[in-house]
Design a protein around this ligand. Structure first.
Ligand code: M6R
Length: 614
């Protein structure tokens, strides 16, 4: 989703800002722009619809001088993707330029008021009201820029992360946030602003994360000055972030998504490092140790998440209920936040998010907290908003995920959920020693078994060529495999734009079976587990209607293989860990079909990596 970067210091700003925009590309966007206060004091704005490379081409040969600037990648919410609607937006007087992430909910009222005062708006965005209102407030009395911002931001309802240039103070960069993340990088005589750490990485490892309703003023030679809307000075601890945080390359793979699929064995090893001890036969999460009383007293777990993270939650629910014998529910964060849920102090809410910035998940956390629940976060992005908003939690430690379609984060989330369920179950004495030991041994074998699954890559690539014709796909699974079917269908939809539905296999006969004919590919998860015989019947039902069955089966399976059109074999594991292995061929199938169809796998249309608006 939208990305912000800003710079003030001794270096040329433009190269730093364009590099920052490139690093933000993974979030998904449709237009980009830069504002620079030039060496001659002029304000230069460059904006283009399309890619950052289009913006760079449009700037060739123009004045890109200056040591201060702001830049933005936009993902359209209000107004179509276009150069006019792209940020930065400039106030009518030409004094202020702004970039903004988030949504100003009362923009229509503010815009109408300003139009009545003679302000002419150029764009259809909600953002433009911020900069025009700043102009208006500044015109009323001679206030400094921070005071202007305090007045403007006190009037707006909604979410914002902004960076602002003021031509009357060309030696100062301003930034502020509410419900949308913003980090300030502190270098030696220079400052960086960014909506996530990636544009800052490599320039400085000293970072301050602004809190809601705070305004930062950056002036070279001074220390960072932060006040809130009530003008109270805010002191912040400067955090040192790991040097490689936010930097990632494709390492020879054609796409980040493929690289991330292949990274999964080593990512899961990292995820389990220091937590799963095979020799000592223990699983330990530090958050469980630290908050044991609170977690063991939980009468119910409520998992809130969106998209792929929600699918991981469905698997986590089954693990928690089966090992810990505590009721668990899974809610879409976007529904939970508006549902007046029955939540109380005996509940533990688990918020799952790769990015740690998903607006709906953050809002669900706030609602649950207001009702007294204890909040446990499972996130990937270190230092992001959700880990900071939760009472405790566990990082999945799978490294930056750049491909918009989530892959390694999903398997990392499922792995953490397995460890969480096992650790709590052991503490509660709801798991027998044999099962606990078997789970630990199996967890430790998953990375190696995943490597075996990855060897199917070439076969799946050939198989994919046969399915580029398809307009629809059905994915079926039961029990632990049902959420994997949902996830497989989501992967295909996201990157190939083929319509795909995931169903619990037994639900087919209640309606969707009407869709089956010789054109319909059906991916069915039929590994050896408690429901194997049942799923076998479901395969028969599909074949009886001439559906084209692609079955994921356990190594050595001959029964399903005899009926299905194609089978992909994977190693056996315990049922609840099956999703970790089954999801890999489904990721590869989606990837190769999308590649065959010539789609932009890492940056699919309309999608954003961090969904920071609701
Ligand atoms: O960062 P989060 O895990 O909170 O993101 C949630 C969803 O937006 C995300 O999983 C989305 O569905 C992915 N594009 C799936 O590939």
């Amino acid at each position: 989703m939208c990305g912000i970067t800003g710079y003030i210091g001794y270096r040329e700003a433009c190269p730093i800002l364009t590099e920052g925009l490139r690093r933000l590309e993974y979030r998904g966007y449709d237009s980009a722009g830069i504002a620079l206060i030039a060496d001659n004091g002029g304000l230069n704005i460059y904006k283009e619809k399309g890619r950052v490379s289009d913006l760079e081409n449009s700037m060739a040969g123009k004045d890109t001088s200056g040591h201060i600037g702001i830049a933005h990648t936009r993902w359209a919410t209000h107004g179509e993707p276009s150069a006019v609607n792209a940020h930065p937006h400039v106030s009518s007087s030409g004094r202020f330029a702004i970039v903004h992430n988030g949504i100003i909910e009362n923009y229509a009222v503010i815009r109408k008021n300003l139009e009545q005062k003679g302000y002419v708006f150029r764009s259809s965005t909600d953002t433009e009201v911020l900069v025009q209102l700043a102009d208006y407030v500044a015109s009323l009395q001679d206030s400094d820029t921070v005071t202007v911002l305090q007045k403007v931001l006190s009037e707006v309802v909604g979410a914002y992360a902004i960076a602002l240039l003021d031509r009357e103070h060309p030696d100062r960069l301003y930034a502020a946030r509410k419900s949308s993340p913003l980090a300030v990088g502190i270098g030696d005589g220079e400052f960086f602003v960014a909506s996530d750490i990636s544009p800052i990485a490599g320039y400085t490892d000293k970072v301050v994360y602004l809190d809601d309703e705070e305004i930062a003023e950056m002036h070279c030679g001074d220390s960072l000055h932060v006040v809130n809307l009530a003008n109270v000075e805010c002191r912040h601890e400067i955090i040192t972030v790991p040097e490689n945080l936010g930097k990632a390359g494709k390492d020879g793979f054609d796409h980040f998504m493929l690289k991330e699929i292949f990274e999964q064995p080593s990512c899961l090893t990292d995820c389990m490092r220091g937590r799963v001890d095979v020799a000592g036969k223990t699983v330990t999460l530090s958050a469980v140790r630290e908050h044991k009383d609170r977690l063991l007293a939980a009468e119910r777990f409520i998992i809130v998440a969106c998209g792929t993270s929600w699918h991981a939650g469905l698997i986590g629910k089954q693990m928690i209920e089966s090992f810990c014998r505590i009721p668990a529910e899974v809610a879409y964060a976007s529904e939970f936040r508006y549902s007046n849920p029955v939540v109380g102090s005996s509940d533990v809410v688990i918020a799952i998010s790769q990015s740690g910035e998903t607006a709906d998940t953050l809002a669900a956390i706030e609602l649950a907290r207001s009702k007294g629940a204890f909040i446990y976060g499972i996130c990937n992005a270190v230092g992001s908003s959700i880990p900071r908003a939760t009472d405790t939690g566990s990082y999945i430690h799978v490294g930056p995920e750049i491909g918009v379609a989530s892959t390694k984060a999903f398997t990392g989330q499922v792995t953490v959920l397995a460890m969480l369920a096992l650790d709590i179950a052991k503490e509660k004495n709801t798991i027998d020693d044999r099962t606990y030991a078997e789970m630990i041994e199996e967890l430790a074998t998953i990375p190696e078994k995943m490597r075996v699954v990855l060897r199917t890559n070439d076969r799946i690539a050939s198989l994919a060529k046969m399915f580029t014709y398809a307009k629809n796909f059905i994915y079926l699974g039961r029990g632990y495999s049902y959420p994997v079917a949902l996830e497989g269908a989501l992967k295909l939809k996201e990157i190939s734009y083929i319509h795909a539905e995931g169903y619990p296999a037994a639900e087919m006969k209640h309606g969707p079976i009407a869709l089956i004919d010789e054109e319909m590919p059906v991916v069915i998860i039929a590994t050896h587990n408690a429901l194997y015989e049942k799923i076998l019947s479901n395969v028969q039902e599909i074949k009886a209607r001439k559906g084209r069955v692609i079955a994921i089966v356990s190594e050595g399976d001959s029964t399903v293989s005899a009926i299905a059109d194609t089978v992909i074999e994977i190693p056996e594991t315990v049922e609840c860990l099956d999703p970790l292995l089954v999801s890999v061929p489904l990721q590869l199938l989606a990837y190769h079909i999308a590649v065959c169809k010539g789609k932009d796998v890492d940056r699919p249309r309309n999608l954003a990596k961090s969904v920071t608006v609701e």
